[in-house]
Write a new protein. Structure first.
Length: 170
């Protein structure tokens, strides 16, 4: 397959953290594999023994609502059933259920993305980025406080000044 099937960023943006696990939603997986969500879930149900609860689980209404809010997803309004999500192991198991060349190639990309994300978290780069962001926010907060202090001082000085009357004075 000469052309790249899915950009890595597209896959990263479809991995969510739910119940302490990194997961992908059935709808997103189906789109990547080029099948309908119904067909993906049907293939899984026909091979349900390959998908224990720690490989795949159905979201609760609250989890689904939070996922929609977190990602500003509005196009899922017509969903009749709560979606299923697949862990990294569940995605790997999908390769044994969906046997097209596209599914195999996409599976490799997805697993590589899971691994890359885990390496980033384990390397501490995330911690360093969080520290940098925290310092930047604290610095910005200090600057905003300084600006507010100056503005308040200016307002107090204005209040103390006697204002001249403007206009016609008889």
């Amino acid at each position: 397959m000469k052309k790249q099937l899915a950009a890595a960023g597209n896959i990263e943006n479809k991995i969510f953290f739910i119940r302490g696990k990194s997961v992908m939603v059935d709808r997103d997986l189906a789109a990547l594999y080029g099948v309908t969500t119904g067909n993906l879930n049907l293939a899984v149900k026909r091979n349900i023994e390959r998908f224990p609860k720690h490989y795949m689980f159905q979201l609760t209404k609250t989890e689904f609502d939070n996922l929609m809010l977190q990602n500003a997803i509005s196009s899922w309004g017509g969903t009749r059933k709560l979606p299923y999500v697949f862990t990294e192991q569940g995605v790997a198991m999908l390769s044994s259920v969906l046997k097209s060349k596209r599914a195999i190639a996409i599976n490799i990309q997805i697993i590589d993305t899971f691994i890359a994300m885990r390496q980033i978290v384990n390397s501490g780069r995330v911690d360093n980025r969080l520290e940098i962001l925290e310092r930047a926010v604290l610095s910005t907060d200090k600057r905003v406080d300084d600006i507010l202090e100056v503005l308040n001082a200016m307002l107090e000085t204005e209040d103390k000044k006697e204002s001249k009357k403007i206009g016609f004075v008889p």
